[in-house]
Design a protein around this ligand. Structure first.
Ligand code: KIV
Ligand code: ZN
Length: 545
């Protein structure tokens, strides 16, 4: 039997696989904000990125390892292809963490061996063992993944896994890379590994899966029943293509149906001991943060974190819930942190009250950042009577997005109305301090603002998404705008909140433009593309920004 940590470990890959979602790239401040929030959520392992991809990715993993990798904090992990160059870069990046992990992988399906790696089965076994041994010479905690395990020959998988464990792998990850398997098949695959790999007792079995057929969460739950004790997942299920298994769905399934899953972990059905270490009350906030910073909206009917997940529309349901919530509710909204939006601060609140509330919400700011956030709060308090925790979260998301900005929005002015041609004037401050002003007309005020900003940025792009939603209720509520731009086939998102939605739209557009300008300078290196040679790639050849 595989090694058993006594509960189900939650390995969050929002900052690695999640960031591979089109348009979801994050800057350093945003990654740090998410890493801090994942730490508050108490995930066991944070996969912080793919350090070899670029100097920026390397730096982000290193900063996260430094910031949250305390002895009590999560294990900080980096991804590395099975090459010396990737593994060395990864070891350096995770070094500041007290508990650090290298996650290395190579494909094991015949399709990948033949068409991507152009390697034979024995060659891949040899590379896996050699690279795991190399990673183990650098850190004690090594995870090995058999990419495309879902479509690999199980007998060959057993052979690769045995070699990887023999070389020192402490976690064996079984990815359903293309989201192809069904729950019964995936469960049987895990059971087979547990039964047929002779040294499996020396490693934890982990699963990773994509949602191409909408089966990722169901597959993982079946894997847990068959011996998997680590689940690789993302907040809101974001990730490559149809996304990854969603963290909140897995954690809540294991929480709500604890008595069903307990016996599979050797517990009595009635045991009340949690099956994961996650603090469920942080789920809603983490979901909002990830959605705001990545620009990936959560569908209203999404399980657990969708806007409608706790709404009862039909009269019969409302009547039942009023009589007894258990008639139609299996989860108390408070379990995931959805409380009535708390009145937090007002116009007369001072700096220390502001700071104290932010700290209670989990944000601790350096002096300069606190000054900026406080100025933003005061400005908002002049326009909005009650400032809630949700408003503070929106301010903090905006602030994270605007760090590293090439352009800052200084002014936006529009004139619009019946019988008027909507006209906008905008002023941007460039990184070198120059003030740039432009005016434009448009079909509406937002269009006019975007036209004016485009004339200043002078980079071709297509607006593919514009959405507005309110942060809280009430006529003076802040409106949150998400914008997605396409440039040379790549998506870039921007998000901002303001009581004036035209200002929010302008800021969101500038945030997206900043990402576009920064992102298009960087040659993207995707972790799942084959290395130039599966052997050695010198560190000096790592792409630089
Ligand atoms: O989907 C996948 O196979 C992956 C691996 C790199 C673990 O993301
Ligand atoms: Zn993946």
């Amino acid at each position: 039997m595989a090694s058993d940590p006594g509960r189900v470990l939650i390995f969050d890959t929002t900052l690695r696989d999640g960031e591979q979602s089109p348009g979801a790239s994050l800057n350093l401040e945003e990654k740090l904000a998410i890493a801090h929030q994942l730490t508050r959520l108490r995930v066991d392992i944070i996969e912080a990125g793919f350090p070899f991809a670029s100097a920026g990715d390397f730096n982000a993993v290193q900063r996260i390892a430094d910031a949250v990798g305390t002895p009590e904090g999560p294990v900080v992990c980096g991804l590395a292809r099975a090459t010396r160059g990737d593994i060395k870069a990864c070891a350096e990046a995770v070094a500041p963490a007290a508990r650090r992990r290298i996650h290395t992988f190579i494909a094991t399906s015949d399709i990948h061996l033949e068409h991507k790696l152009r390697k034979s089965r024995p060659e891949v076994v040899e590379i896996a063992a050699e690279m795991v041994a190399y990673a183990r010479s650098l850190v004690d905690d090594v995870e090995f993944s058999c990419e495309d395990a879902g479509r690999s020959d199980p007998d060959y998988l057993y052979e690769v896994i045995e070699a990887a464990i023999g070389a020192g792998a402490t976690t064996i990850n079984i990815p359903d890379t293309v989201g192809y398997t069904t729950p019964a098949e995936f469960g049987a695959l895990i059971a087979g590994i547990d039964r047929h790999v002779p040294n499996i007792s020396q490693a934890v079995i982990s699963v990773h899966g994509h949602n191409d057929l909408g089966l990722a969460v169901a597959n993982f739950l079946e894997a847990v029943k068959n011996g998997a004790r680590q689940l690789e997942c993302t907040i809101n299920g974001i990730g490559e293509r149809a996304g990854n298994a969603s963290l909140e769905e897995l954690v809540m399934a294991l929480h709500v149906r604890r008595s069903y899953f307990n016996p599979f972990l050797g517990r009595s059905a009635g045991s009340t001991q949690p099956l994961t270490g996650v603090r469920t009350e942080e789920i809603a906030k983490t979901s909002r943060m990830v959605s705001n910073l990545t620009g990936m909206a959560v569908q209203p009917n999404k399980a657990i974190v969708g806007a409608n997940a706790f709404a009862h529309e039909s009269g019969i349901h409302q009547d039942g819930v009023l009589k007894n919530r258990l008639t139609y509710e299996i989860i108390d909204a408070r379990t995931i942190g959805l409380t009535d939006t708390r009145l937090s601060l007002g116009k007369l609140s001072g700096r220390s009250a502001f700071r104290a509330r932010l700290e209670e919400l989990g944000y601790s700011l350096e002096r300069g950042d606190l000054d900026d956030a406080f100025a933003r709060f005061k400005e908002l308090a002049d326009r909005k009577r009650e400032i809630t925790d949700r408003d503070l979260e929106a301010i903090m998301s905006d602030q994270a997005q605007q760090s590293e900005a090439l352009y800052t929005l200084k002014l936006v002015q529009v004139s619009t109305g019946t019988n008027l041609q909507p006209t906008a004037t905008v002023t941007l401050i460039s990184a070198d301090g120059a003030e740039l002003t432009e005016a434009a007309i448009g079909t509406g005020p937002v269009d006019a603002v975007c036209q004016a900003l485009n004339s200043l940025a002078r980079v071709p792009n297509e607006l593919v998404e514009f959405s507005v939603k309110s942060v809280t209720e009430g006529i003076d509520a802040m409106g949150e705008v998400t914008i997605r731009l396409r440039h040379q086939g790549v998506l870039y998102s921007g998000h901002a909140a303001d009581t004036d939605i035209v200002v929010a739209a302008a800021q969101a557009f500038v945030n997206a433009l900043n990402r576009l300008l920064q992102g298009s300078e960087r040659p993207p290196l995707h972790p799942q593309m084959a290395p130039l040679s599966v052997g050695d790639i010198p560190l000096a050849d790592r792409p630089r920004v």
